[in-house]
Ligand binder design. Structure first.
Ligand code: LMR
Length: 396
């Protein structure tokens, strides 16, 4: 049965972790996967999470099956965070929200549901995009194309190209958009540009699917989520997948959600029933622990403030690392304008290094980034940044 099974390539992002773990270089630095580490290079355990777990331990609960769509209080808290508790779509019952296994789970449930209601559509992702977007929608049965995004020459976004591609897409096309902190480039379009994208999506009858895995890592929780309000204001039906992996440093708990904004409450009820089928046939129902932590934090005012402060501290530290990286690269002799590193948002910097240079960074220096040139600046710290900058300069 398995004699002709081919060896699959290593995952371009998570596969690096395996290679990193096996590397014996004592100076190695993992800038591959999108994970935030503190200034001591440690994965943080947020205080709000510890406190929520302490409260959960004080009133221990047996672990029955959750409803297929997850913990009700969690789904409600997600809606409050993503849309605002007072948003018309929330108070009007027009959003179908389900707990999902991380942001990836939200994308997958959305993709499976879309394949049923919009089977002949093409999915457009940004060029470049998170490596898993293409694979995930392809596996759900969609042809996946791209819209222009990164402008290598000008170190920014080819917005004219992006808009032209969206304008040219046939009705029903699913357009996958990064709500904030674009992965992998770190370049986000402006509010005005969002308005143009939304107008085009509306005029062309396209389907927007927003991936919001990094809310709070750009300019702030509200600022990063502002684009959602624009889609709501435009009166569109759309999808939003959210993740708390990064913002709660709960990577291993796989806490995410999918929200589908519908035209009416009645429509949302029908959509929810279909999302539940997608969940049931993929993994039956979601796990309890991580979502309970997030629900507790988001609905307990003191814990929520604590979380917002801890997330702000992560955001600020990443920005400091961006500035410091520019300083170190400049001091190490790199010529030219490096301000793009500070302009980029979120965990990543698209360094402009090519695959050969990334391979050299790994092989010669134990500095791991993605072959596309993406490096995770959230894993830089005051101790490793000088070493990383020197290594980058040597491969340039
Ligand atoms: C990343 O892009 O590194 C993260 O989203 C983690 C992942 O699953 O790829």
């Amino acid at each position: 049965l398995f004699s002709t099974v081919e060896m699959a390539p290593r995952d371009p992002i998570l596969g690096l972790n395996e290679q990193f773990a096996a590397d014996t270089n004592p100076a190695k630095v993992n800038l591959g996967v999108g994970v935030y580490y503190d200034d001591n290079g440690k994965l943080p355990l947020l205080k709000c999470v510890v406190e929520a777990e302490r409260q959960m331990l004080e009133a221990p609960k047996a672990r029955g099956y959750l409803p297929i769509d997850g913990i009700a209080a969690y789904d409600k808290a997600v809606q409050g965070l993503v849309f605002g508790a007072d948003s018309d779509v929330v108070t009007g019952g027009r959003v179908a929200t389900v707990q999902a296994i991380g942001g990836t789970g939200g994308l997958k449930i959305g993709a499976d549901f879309l394949k049923k209601v919009n089977p002949d559509a093409t999915v457009l992702i940004s060029d470049p995009s998170w490596e898993n977007h293409r694979a995930l929608f392809s596996n759900a049965g969609f042809p996946v194309g791209t819209y222009p995004y990164y402008d290598a020459e000008n170190r920014g976004i080819n917005f004219a190209g992006m808009l032209a591609a969206i304008d040219a897409a046939p009705a029903g096309t699913v357009v996958l958009l990064h709500a904030c902190c674009h992965n992998p480039t770190g370049y986000d379009i402006t509010g005005e540009q969002w308005d143009q994208v939304i107008a085009s999506i509306k005029a062309r009858n396209l389907v927007a699917f927003l991936d919001m895995a990094y809310q709070g890592f750009g300019d702030g929780i509200a600022e990063d989520g502002a684009v959602i309000g624009k889609f709501v204001a435009a009166g569109l039906d759309f999808f939003v997948s959210t993740s708390f992996s990064k913002s709660f440093s709960l990577y291993g708990e796989r806490v995410g959600a999918l929200s589908v904004v519908c035209a009416s409450k009645e429509e949302a009820t029908r959509v929810l029933s279909q999302l539940k089928i997608a969940i049931r046939t993929n993994y039956s129902n979601p796990p309890t622990h991580g979502a309970q932590i997030v629900a507790t934090v988001l609905t307990t005012p003191a814990l929520r403030t604590m979380w917002e402060d801890e997330l702000a501290a992560m955001r600020v530290r990443i920005k400091e690392m961006r500035t410091l990286l520019v300083e170190k690269l400049t001091a190490a002799g790199v010529q030219g304008d490096l301000s793009y590193i500070v302009r980029q948002k979120g965990m990543f910097s698209y360094s402009g290094l090519n695959k050969d240079q990334m391979v050299r960074l790994r092989g010669e220096f134990g500095v791991y980034g993605v072959d596309s040139g993406r490096i995770c600046v959230a894993a830089l710290n005051t101790k490793n940044i000088g070493y990383v900058a020197d290594a980058i300069v040597k491969v340039m």
